[in-house]
Design a protein around this ligand. Structure first.
Ligand code: ADP
Ligand code: MG
Length: 315
């Protein structure tokens, strides 16, 4: 797996930042070299990694404006094993300045990232809750976009605007931009409406919807207050396990392997019912089942059954 993934949805509160931070930690746990870029002026991903956004001297703002090298702004998040490009409210000013540029304002992030791309296997971008110049820069710099969605009444609203933006960016600047997948977040299987919307999503988007479902889980919500991904707050929590399972699914999708889903155990299941004709979704915590270095279901790079050597940089 070697790509830049933008986590985008212009709705706020759908789980973008939670997904970005926990996906970064889960990928790092498989010994992949991971960079998490915070592109939201709220700096939630930065704080969620335990970095104080009020004490940044160099951040995503200066990098985006070309006033500092990406390398000079990067912070190693020791415990979590990945690297962070931190952000704070200065990014709002950066966005305004970008808008005033006559040319190349959409490609600033891509160019800033270029010297760092080979240093990392996976680069994750946490986008702001808007289809603004920061999100456009993220989508132009990305290889794929992962869309977290809450299964609630207005979930689909705004999705067509996001998909239109993706299409426009494909045409104008980034023809290779693909949809990584739609991720159901904060899922509560006891909620009938959530089940209905989930089925609609699967009926509409088919295999684009990840089978892994992120359950509503208190550990995911409280981990940021400790400045940690859930994996380092409570590694046995359903939330932490769900994000590990997501990584397993992403890797297996890339392999194109025909994985027969396992039946979910009855207890603590967060798996929604599937639309007619859909295979049963595996339980988030039991996707896969291999154990490598204590990370359930997620092969490290180069392990037997992990992604092909094509996707790894041979150098
Ligand atoms: P966004 O980045 O899209 O605005 P966040 O990731 O910040 O969304 O999530 C919004 C709120 O919901 C946060 O308080 C977060 O802790 C909480 N949250 C996100 N995902 C979950 C989950 N799976 N279970 C419980 N709370 C969650
Ligand atoms: Mg956010």
């Amino acid at each position: 797996m070697k790509r830049v993934i933008a986590i985008a949805n212009q709705k706020g509160g759908v789980g973008k930042t939670t997904t970005a931070v926990n996906l970064a930690a889960s990928l790092a746990a498989t010994r992949r070299r991971v960079l998490l870029m915070d592109l939201d002026p709220q700096g939630n991903a930065t704080m969620g990694c335990g970095v104080d956004k009020s004490k940044l001297t160099v951040s995503a703002c200066e990098v985006l404006l070309g006033e500092a090298d990406m390398a000079s702004a990067l912070v190693t998040v020791e415990q979590s094993g990945f690297t962070l490009l931190p952000a704070n409210q200065d990014l709002t000013a950066a966005e305004v300045r970008l808008l005033s540029l006559p040319i190349a304002r959409e490609t600033k992030l891509r160019h800033a990232l270029q010297p760092q791309r080979e240093q990392f296997d996976v680069i994750i971008i946490d986008c702001p809750p808007a289809l603004n110049m920061l999100t456009v820069n993220s989508l132009v710099a990305a290889d794929s976009v992962l869309i977290p969605m809450q299964c609630e009444y207005y979930a689909l609203e705004g999705l067509s605007a996001l998909l239109n933006t993706v299409e426009q960016i494909r045409i104008a600047a980034n023809p290779g931009l693909s949809i990584e997948g739609v991720l159901r977040t904060m899922y509560d299987p006891r909620n009938n409406l959530a089940n209905e919307v989930s089925n609609q999503l699967v009926a509409h988007f088919g295999d684009t919807v990840f089978r892994t479902v992120i359950p509503r889980n208190i550990r995911l919500a409280e981990a940021p207050s400790f400045g940690k991904p859930a994996l380092f707050h409570d590694k046995e929590s359903r939330g932490a396990l769900a994000y590990l399972a997501l990584v397993g699914e992403m890797i297996r999708r890339e392999e194109g392997a025909n994985v027969v889903p396992r039946p979910a155990p009855a207890a603590a299941s967060a798996t929604p019912p599937q639309a007619p004709g859909q295979p049963p979704a595996p339980h988030p915590a039991t996707n896969g089942g291999e154990h490598h270095d204590g990370v359930a279901g997620v092969p490290p790079p180069g392990a037997p059954g992990s992604e092909s050597s094509l996707s790894k940089d041979p150098s």
